[in-house]
Design a protein around this ligand. Structure first.
Ligand SMILES: CC(C)(COP(=O)(O)OP(=O)(O)OC[C@H]1O[C@@H](n2cnc3c(N)ncnc32)[C@H](O)[C@@H]1OP(=O)(O)O)[C@@H](O)C(=O)NCCC(=O)NCCS
Length: 219
């Protein structure tokens, strides 16, 4: 059981508070945002403190951190805050829904946010700072690196390697044994049947690369 500081006060922070309080052993102690974004002193009845000096009020010796942000800037905004909180000395919780099917939680890293109805098959490893929104199929013998975001109802077949910063739109599909290069963005309802290239945007069935645009320019 950990007392947790959640980063943010927007939708994902509100959802993280809900899930941690209702479906985990952890308790939320406070919210932290960058000082310039503080509008209210409390959220959900808990203090909102400046991220810049959160460690003075809630020291890493007594509190863990959770950064449940969106994938904006291809997961790199969430990575930045995660690394800053780590540099302050915090450990992180991961939330894994009790309604997810997960065979080996030790294969999942820190600061992961894994919601209901995900199926993570055996022998697949998941790095740090990975979000699996609801209802994804994560196939067996795969590897998901750090700072990755799956939205919902994505099918990642077996033996795939997902490199860091990748993003999967709703209902996307990936063929088995595919290498998803760093920063790949697979659009909603798109079907990737061959290896992708770094920071490419892929849409359609079969998915084709969107020419002349990098993923971080679109999302
Ligand atoms: C891929 C995506 C990011 C758009 O990227 P973009 O580079 O801005 O692309 P554009 O909107 O300029 O579209 C480029 C072309 O691809 C097409 N396209 C875009 N997304 C597509 C998709 N998912 N499937 C098929 N075609 C798609 C567009 O119609 C357009 O075609 P056109 O040039 O013939 O008109 C967006 O469509 C997407 O799929 N986002 C994910 C949404 C999602 O899953 N949200 C979940 C909530 S978190």
């Amino acid at each position: 059981m950990a007392d947790v500081i959640i980063f943010g006060v927007l939708d994902t922070a509100e959802l993280a508070h809900f899930y941690l309080e209702n479906d985990s052993e952890h308790h939320v102690a406070a919210f932290a945002v960058n000082r310039e974004y503080i509008k209210e002193s409390h959220f959900k009845g808990l203090p909102v403190v400046a991220f810049e000096d959160v460690e003075k009020l809630f020291p890493p010796s007594g509190y863990s951190f959770f950064v449940p942000m969106t994938a904006r800037n291809m997961n790199r905004n969430r990575e930045k805050v995660y690394l800053e909180a780590r540099a302050k000395g915090y450990s992180f919780v991961s939330y894994i829904s009790s309604r997810a099917t997960v065979y080996d939680r030790s294969l999942i890293g820190e600061n992961c946010f894994i919601l209901e109805d995900n199926t993570i098959q055996p022998f697949t490893t998941i790095g740090h700072n990975v979000v699996l929104w609801s209802g994804n199929h994560i196939g067996h013998h795969g590897r998901i690196d750090d700072h990755v975001f799956f939205t919902s109802q994505v099918v990642l077949s077996g033996h795939c390697h997902v490199h860091s910063y990748s993003f999967f739109g709703v209902n996307a599909t990936v063929k088995d044994y595919t290498n998803i290069a760093e920063g790949t963005l697979l659009g909603m309802a798109s079907s990737l049947n061959k290896d992708s290239e770094e920071w490419g945007i892929y849409v359609g069935n079969p998915a084709k690369r969107v020419p002349g645009k990098l993923s971080y320019e679109a999302y």
